[in-house]
Design a protein around this ligand. Structure first.
Ligand code: DQA
Length: 138
């Protein structure tokens, strides 16, 4: 099974950025753990701070991968383009967030992705990604 993880803007700073919210682990080291845990899966990881690159990656993987797990970070709350890209592909998409966006500022309560994804997992720290992977295994 081929799964693509896509992380959006500022998530390259995980481990350094707002540790009280996002924890102190870098995503790269977590991804090593994830690959070890799910040895039988083909897991790919892509991060970009650029909206168009995220859209390109959804289009590139969205017709032959078995699943996409996306944390669009701040673009979640602003991007019609990423929402449209998700609607345009055939691969099922799961939206994840590290933090519980509903317990934070009101502007984080709106997602331009949620209506177009198979499901949303949020608030479980990095474990949100494990849970998203599990959702593809059933
Ligand atoms: C986030 C939540 C977003 O509101 C925020 O802009 C992020 C990270 C999360 O994973 O909790 O950058 O997507």
């Amino acid at each position: 099974m081929k799964l693509q993880i896509i992380n959006g803007p500022n998530l390259n700073l995980l481990g350094t950025r707002e540790k009280n919210i996002y924890g102190d682990q870098k995503f790269d080291s977590y991804f090593v753990d994830l690959k070890a845990k799910y040895k039988d899966l083909e897991l790919s990881f892509f991060q970009s701070n650029i909206e168009g690159e995220i859209i390109d990656k959804i289009q590139e993987t969205g017709f032959d991968y078995d699943g996409i797990i996306i944390n669009a970070a701040a673009y979640t709350h602003t991007s019609v383009g990423i929402g449209d890209a998700i609607r345009s592909v055939t691969t099922p998409v799961v939206e994840v967030h590290i933090s519980n966006t509903y317990s934070r500022e009101e502007f984080r309560h709106k997602s331009f992705l949620s209506a177009h994804v198979r499901g949303v997992i949020l608030g479980f720290g990095f474990k949100s990604y494990d849970l998203a992977i599990e959702s593809f295994l059933d």
